[in-house]
Design a protein around this ligand. Structure first.
Ligand code: PAN
Ligand code: ZN
Length: 208
């Protein structure tokens, strides 16, 4: 499946034994077999993020699975690309659609590219300076999260949302800023439509 060689090096340089490889990208069991790690995120991992805290509390006893990440293991160094698939399951907490935790990259000056394989949704992005953008996910669509933009995937459909992602190996993840502050916008269902509204739980400052 893959050569181990010297890929485990963590001294910040691309290992000399890093070798090319290839795999098929599709949706289904064949794709998922190829991945090295599988992370499951349940509702409890998103504590404090959804607007309707009563709806959150009602769902919490069953702690539903919100999303899953299948990742290729690569050295976490600047010359490598970390990549994999995220599957966000359909559903809502109150009127708000299921979503990922969302994060800034710890190294802010690193981008990420997404390719939507299946489903419908949005990549919600914002900067620390106050800018925000929501780009649509639909099959075949690429979304580019530029350096310094926090990003959160949201499933606005009735089926799984499946996206491929790739980002620099040294990017790292800053989850704390979003855990404390949230995103400026929330994505909700209103009269059967998908709408963005100001997030009342968003706070302008981050306690450090
Ligand atoms: C993605 C995300 C993935 C899950 O690979 O890690 O979609 O979202 P959270 O990491 O916010 O839980 C990515 O943006 N990596 O950098
Ligand atoms: Zn990211």
């Amino acid at each position: 499946m893959k050569s181990k060689s010297s890929e485990e090096s963590t001294d910040g340089r691309v290992p000399s034994g890093s070798r090319p490889f290839a795999f098929d990208l599709g949706v289904g069991a064949e794709l998922l077999k190829r991945f090295d790690s599988h992370v499951l995120r349940r509702l409890s991992a998103l504590q404090g993020q959804f607007i309707d805290q009563q709806a959150y509390a009602r769902l919490l006893p069953s702690d539903p699975l919100i999303y899953e990440v299948y990742e290729m293991r690569r050295p976490e160094v600047a010359g490598e690309l970390l990549h994999g698939i995220t599957i966000i399951h359909p559903g809502r907490v109150g009127n708000e659609f299921f979503m990922t935790k969302g994060h800034y990259h710890a190294v802010r000056e690193t981008a990420e590219i997404y390719y939507c394989l299946h489903g419908r949704g949005l990549l919600l992005m914002e900067t620390e300076e106050g800018d925000w953008v929501a780009e649509e996910f639909s099959p075949g669509r690429v979304v580019y999260a530029a350096p310094c933009w926090a990003h959160r995937s949201i499933n606005t459909g009735t089926d799984d949302l499946v996206v491929f992602f790739a980002y620099p190996g040294h990017a790292g993840h800053d989850y704390a800023t979003i855990e404390q502050r949230g995103f400026r916008k929330a994505v909700i269902q209103h009269d059967g439509r998908v709408e963005l509204e100001d997030n009342p739980r968003w706070s302008a400052t981050v306690a450090r």
